[in-house]
Write a protein that binds this ligand. Structure first.
Ligand SMILES: [Zn+2]
Length: 376
């Protein structure tokens, strides 16, 4: 990982480089800020830069020396990763990071921008809570008590220290407080307020802010093969987070399909085409309960955004290019007389669908109510 693989954050990059160049690396460093802005990637770039034996004049690790090659292959002998893990049913004792090393490497290969939900999903257990268990400290101590293998510094990259309970945090604190002279902790946190205060106060903090829209847009264009227009609209919706943008790129096809169904509903309702609306409702019912619910949520968001856009406050409106194009002519049909009622009609549809009502009937009924509400 090189610094230039991470968008933006020029100040932070300068600061971290100068710490290394001037041999003033704090013993325990915390990169803090919102999820998806590249904090873990930054920690990895710094670690590689620390170990690189041929640092370049442009402030990057060389990418070719043995240390760099080991870093890029996740097998640098003096770099250790600690991250939250889940306890699988087959496990009899609390797991440690090393139990999930393969999953971790794959996770970061897919994208170096770490997303907690995606990580939990990749450990084969959905909806679980990942934790840095107390067993982790003992495992880390064991590793740190071994002699180093030639590097001047050993680096421990700890992702999400807020996922430690009090007991694990206190044990870790001991390791930080009895410094292994040559060991540097680089932690990255999405929610620093949740870190145990006694740990937090020991860390030298560097804040990483959300990425500016233009920086994120350029990055998406260069690395994800997205057109300039799409990149700009995704960047705006993603609010400065690469992981959020990635999630949107993954769901882009679904969003396109939802918009298409939403436009059909509104056009047919406006034209009072009940027979076509019945077909529309049958198609929607065929999507299955879960997607129907997601679709109605999407509709509610569209209704709100279109309502807000009537006030001409552009920054408040989070529509992509396609949605915004539909909104140009549609927004004026949503007003203070019908906005809440349309949303509540859709709320009721969702309650009925979640309660196993016949989707075809619910969807047609909803569409007919919308015919009336659009005339208000
Ligand atoms: Zn190198």
């Amino acid at each position: 990982m090189k610094f230039k693989d991470i968008p933006g954050h020029d100040e932070v990059k300068r600061l971290l480089r100068s710490m290394v160049d001037n041999r003033k690396i704090p013993h325990a460093l915390l990169l803090e800020g919102p999820q998806g802005v590249g904090k873990l990637a930054m920690a990895r770039a710094m670690a590689q830069y620390i170990h690189c034996t041929d640092r370049q004049s442009d402030g990057e690790p060389c990418g070719r020396c043995p240390s760099c090659i080991q870093h890029q292959a996740f097998n640098h002998i003096d770099t250790h990763y600690v991250y939250p893990v889940v306890k699988l049913d087959r496990m009899t004792t609390a797991p440690v990071s090393a139990d999930f090393a393969t999953e971790w490497h794959e996770f970061l290969e897919i994208s170096p921008f770490a997303d907690y939900d995606r990580w939990v999903g990749s450990m084969d257990k959905k909806n679980a809570r990942a934790v840095i268990y107390v067993t982790e400290s003992a495992a880390l101590l064991h590793v740190l008590n071994l002699t180093t293998h030639g590097s001047e510094y050993r680096v421990v990259i700890l992702w999400l220290p807020e996922k430690m309970n009090e007991e694990s945090a206190n044990k870790l604190l001991k390791i930080i407080e009895e410094p292994f002279e040559d060991t540097i902790f680089i932690m990255t946190s999405d929610n620093p307020a949740e870190i145990l205060p006694t740990v937090y106060s020991r860390l030298q903090r560097v804040s990483m802010k959300r990425l500016p829209d233009n920086v994120l847009a350029t990055f998406l264009e260069q690395h994800y093969g997205v057109s300039a227009d799409d990149a700009a609209s995704i960047a705006r919706l993603a609010r400065g987070s690469v992981t959020e943008a990635e999630r949107m790129l993954d769901t882009r096809d679904e969003r396109h399909e939802f918009l298409d169904m939403f436009m059909q509903l509104m056009r047919l309702a406006y034209q009072r085409k009940v027979r076509e609306l019945r077909e529309w409702g049958n198609t929607l019912a065929g999507w299955g309960r879960e997607r129907e619910l997601k679709f109605y949520e999407y509709c509610q968001r569209m209704i709100r955004e279109n309502f807000v856009s009537n006030f001409g406050v552009g920054e408040l409106v989070y529509l992509n290019r396609e949605e915004a194009a539909f909104s140009v002519n549609f927004a004026r049909f949503i007003n203070e007389r019908n906005v809440e009622r349309i949303i509540s009609v859709m709320d009721n549809a969702m309650i009925d669908i979640a309660g196993n009502a016949n989707g075809k009937i619910v969807n047609l009924d909803t569409a007919i109510k919308i015919i009336l509400l659009l005339k208000q």
